[in-house]
Design a protein around this ligand. Structure first.
Ligand code: ATP
Length: 417
């Protein structure tokens, strides 16, 4: 057997005192009940790396829910049971949360003694995980507190900076692990090992079977951690970009457009828009893009905007208002983006942008109160007169509040017998 590695010192250095106290208490209570308890998953990886992580996942070799109930009532924790999964979440009075899971459902067979061979159930639990670096555990039992359980050489991979799956069908089983792998590569400056990278090619069909919502949820977690450009580049290199996002292409143009689109709106769909727009709307019309139902309307509007048959003219006074109505419910920003980068109507895009800026800085030279003072009775005319006066302000036919009032007054007279 290989030498036991003990991480007690790392735990002391990386975990807040309060968490350490809870972990020792859990280990001791487990021992009293003749149950082995473990800290498991991502936090173990981070303890070894000496990085902070307060996501406390505990595995119990026994009935995890019963154990969680015991300790929750013993120390005044609030417990939420997830019976279907055999897990429970406890929130302690000091605010710390911990997740407790069973690594097997029946109680340990030999009450009164700890087995001298480690139970295989913990190993099975660890084997179901995504990567070796996430498949380690730390013993909490007082006699072995901090001992590292590492069946799959996770420690070695952590030292080498290697992301490695536990078996060749891992990505087929759950293709979102491909995205997780990319996330960990970026976060720790690690790399997938060659074999792991090769397994990805076999999972392409499984990727196609993923729901758009799951893909987008993972993309959201990814783009929160890494620049989208690097993500798309990596996916393209792994040859799975179009498996995750049908029709998407990552090339120089997309790369150039990306910062622009991400600065407009942070929503995920907008982050992906440049990819969709790669072929100037052709992808959109071909309907190959995996978008969520609620985004379909948006796609239709973008497409409409890119449609050449829609003659966009904003040379005349007041045109901005007509365009704005046309563009709605897209933001003007998105409209400008589409026009600029569809390479069809760039000059109109800049006009639209100018109008928008003026619109945002529109001085408040005319109001309902002004119209009342001018003797106009409240009614449908208010909206018309205000909007016409604002158009004249935007078009710089009016340059002061006095002129605005005069303009409105003249309008009132021209509209009434
Ligand atoms: P993070 O720091 O982003 O929270 P993490 O590794 O803690 O990273 P979680 O998503 O919180 O990630 O998952 C906790 C643990 O659950 C992981 O360390 C891993 O062991 C396991 N896990 C999570 N997602 C998967 C998956 N898709 N397949 C297999 N195991 C997974």
């Amino acid at each position: 057997a290989s030498e036991t590695v003990n991480m007690e010192e790392n735990m002391r250095m990386t975990l807040p005192d309060s968490i350490q106290r809870w972990l020792r208490a859990v280990g001791e209570e487990g021992a009293r009940q003749h149950l082995r308890t473990y800290l498991i998953g991502g936090v173990v990886r981070d303890i070894i790396l000496q990085k902070g992580n307060e996501d406390i996942d505990i595995a119990v070799e026994g009935d995890g829910i019963a154990f969680a109930s015991d300790i929750a009532s013993k120390w005044n924790g609030e417990i939420h049971k997830h019976e279907a999964f055999g897990t429970a979440t406890i929130t302690w009075p000091d605010g710390l949360k911990m997740d407790i899971a069973s690594s097997r459902t029946e109680f340990y067979e030999k009450p009164g003694s700890l087995p001298d061979v480690e139970s295989s159930t913990l190993k099975e639990d660890l084997f179901r995980r995504d990567f070796t670096i996430n498949a380690m555990a730390l013993a909490l039992h007082p006699e072995e507190f901090g001992n590292l359980i590492d069946h799959f050489s996770g420690l070695e991979d952590l030292k080498r900076g290697s992301i490695r799956v536990l078996h060749n069908l891992s990505f087929v089983e759950d293709p979102t692990r491909i995205l997780r792998a990319i996330r960990f590569e970026h976060r720790f400056d690690f790399a997938m090992d060659h074999e792991t990278e090769a397994f990805i090619a076999q999972a392409v069909n499984a990727i196609h079977a993923l729901s758009t919502d799951r893909i987008l949820a993972e993309f959201q977690r990814l783009t929160a951690e890494m620049p989208p450009a690097q993500l798309f580049h990596r996916l393209q290199k792994l040859d799975v970009l179009s498996a995750f996002l049908p029709g998407a292409v990552w090339d120089n143009t997309a790369e150039r457009l990306l910062p622009y689109i991400t600065s407009l709106q942070s929503s995920l769909f907008m982050t992906l828009l440049p990819l969709f727009l790669q072929e100037s709307g052709r992808v959109l019309s071909a309907g190959r893009v995996a978008v969520r139902k609620q985004d379909k309307q948006l796609v239709r509007h973008v497409h409409h905007l890119l449609d050449e048959s829609w003659a966009l003219s904003i040379e005349r006074p007041g045109d901005f208002h007509r365009i704005a109505a046309h563009v709605s419910p897209l933001s003007v920003d998105i409209a400008v983006y589409c026009l600029e980068y569809s390479a069809r109507q760039p000059e109109k895009a800049s006009l639209l942008r100018q109008y928008q800026e003026k619109w945002q800085e529109l001085p408040s030279w005319i109001s309902g109160a002004d119209l009342r003072r001018l003797g106009l009775r409240p009614g449908p005319l208010y909206k018309f007169i205000i909007s016409e006066t604002e158009k004249a302000i935007i078009n710089e036919e009016i340059t002061s509040s006095q002129e605005a009032l005069n303009y409105a007054e003249a309008l009132i007279h021209s509209c009434q017998p």
